[in-house]
Design a protein around this ligand. Structure first.
Ligand SMILES: NC(=O)c1ccc[n+]([C@@H]2O[C@H](COP(=O)([O-])OP(=O)(O)OC[C@H]3O[C@@H](n4cnc5c(N)ncnc54)[C@H](O)[C@@H]3O)[C@@H](O)[C@H]2O)c1
Ligand SMILES: O=C(O)C(=O)C[C@@H](O)[C@H](O)[C@H](O)COP(=O)(O)O
Ligand SMILES: [Zn+2]
Length: 372
């Protein structure tokens, strides 16, 4: 296997995102030499991998503990966070100890949040095992859990000490999870890296086949996405402005996830959200027709959804008002003026919003395979 790639994320506490194969040997280096106890947080689907991490840590001289958490979005609750605080308390974790999150974005969001709050912040290292976690969630220090009222409404910016993206993990990832993750890859392509779009457009079927065969392509896409995210969060960790571009497609996307009670995959909801944002920009006279068409073509070529049922608009609008980009009554969207040129659209007229929604809701439903 080739050497791992190390992508540096800068800022107050710089760290590396390591992309490659069989990276377990890297973990101790990322934890550093002050850590003694490590809590490994994992969903049931990754028990064997978490046990391997624990055994390896024990061999390296750490005292390692496992904590199984519910799968997917069920992990991102105050109750599950409280369970982990209890485990940390019972095991006397101090400020020189650490949390390791191993899993998809739901697990890494939870593990990061718990690390950010325990004793007001202890070391966290993320081991990303899904496309979403590798290209997006585990990188950049946005951590969080959901509340009844919405997605990621509680959280903190807390940078990891390092991130491992072991591409071998993708061999066991169900294809619909891989495809959903490509939604975030496409997002990075539209906001900042047209080459990513070209690579996908050249052969989308290589990415949607039941077994991944083109490992070089996957690795290049993961690395390109991590570089986009690293550049943005290095410039603006706390989302004072520039980081908002990473939220492209999420204003409607998060609303869909909430309305669907998290039965939609995150990347699938973001896919519809990007088409909505593109239509909004077109109707506002800011984005040419061909770029909107390119959104639909590339997302459909991957089997991602580009439309949503017409009868939920009022619920979606209510959920969008709780988006973190909102300021008072002002809804704020990230839209494009072209590929690689994200801008803000603030307080669009309600008729414009409804018109953009009409553009995505009158199509027949598509991409149902990635929703559940
Ligand atoms: N913090 C951020 O910047 C950020 C960015 C993007 C997404 N997110 C969050 O990430 C979450 C979505 O992440 P996700 O799509 O990775 O979902 P997920 O964490 O729910 O994982 C998807 C499923 O794959 C399983 N799984 C994980 N790795 C596997 C593997 N290697 N083999 C087999 N099964 C595996 C999980 O058990 C789960 O059932 C959402 O909550 C979203 O809000 C956060
Ligand atoms: O890292 C960011 O910043 C993002 O917005 C990345 C998104 O893909 C991610 O889903 C994020 O969790 C959304 O953040 P939120 O602030 O809208 O909850
Ligand atoms: Zn996202």
């Amino acid at each position: 296997m080739s050497e791992p790639t190390r992508i540096r994320v800068g800022g107050e506490r710089p760290y590396d995102v390591v992309v490659g194969y069989h990276l377990l040997g890297e973990l101790a280096g990322l934890l550093g030499d002050k850590v003694r106890k490590v809590l490994v947080v994992h969903p049931r689907s990754l028990t064997a991998s978490a046990e391997a991490v624990r055994d390896d840590l024990e061999k390296e001289g750490y005292q390692a503990f496992l904590a199984e958490v519910p799968d997917a979005e069920d992990a991102k609750t105050a109750q599950v966070a409280a369970f982990l605080w209890h485990v940390l308390g019972q095991a006397d974790f101090t400020r020189s100890d650490a949390v390791v999150g191993i899993g998809g974005g739901a697990t890494t969001d939870l593990a990061g949040f718990v690390a950010s709050t325990w004793l007001r912040g202890i070391t966290v290292v993320q081991i990303a095992t899904t496309v979403v976690a590798m290209v997006d969630a585990a990188v950049g220090g946005k951590t969080g859990i959901n509340t009844e009222e919405g997605k990621n409404l509680v959280g903190a910016f807390w940078t990891p000490a390092g991130v491992l993206c072991d591409l071998a993990a993708l061999d066991t990832l169900p294809v619909h999870e891989r495809v959903a993750g490509l939604g975030e890859v496409v997002k990075h392509g539209f906001i900042a890296d047209e080459r990513t779009l070209e690579l996908i457009e050249a052969d989308p079927s290589a990415l949607t086949a039941p077994q991944l065969t083109d490992r070089d392509l996957v690795r290049e896409l993961v690395e390109r996405s991590v570089r986009v995210k690293a550049e943005v969060v290095t410039a603006d960790l706390r989302e004072s402005f520039r980081r908002e571009i990473l939220n492209y497609g999420h204003t409607l996307g998060h609303a869909i996830e909430q309305v669907e009670r998290y039965r939609w995959r995150h990347g699938a909801a973001v896919s519809v959200g990007m088409v909505f944002a593109a239509e909004l920009a077109r109707l506002a006279g800011r984005l040419p027709d061909d770029v909107v068409a390119r959104h639909r073509e590339i997302l459909r070529s991957l089997g991602l959804p580009t439309s949503y049922r017409a009868d939920r608009w009022e619920q979606l609008l209510a959920a969008m008002r709780r988006d973190k980009k909102s300021r008072g009554d002002l809804l704020r969207f990230v839209v494009l003026e072209d590929v690689g040129r994200p801008v803000r659209l603030e307080g669009p007229d309600p008729t414009l919003l409804a018109a953009a929604f009409a553009e995505i809701s009158r199509e027949p439903a598509s991409g149902a395979g990635v929703l559940l």
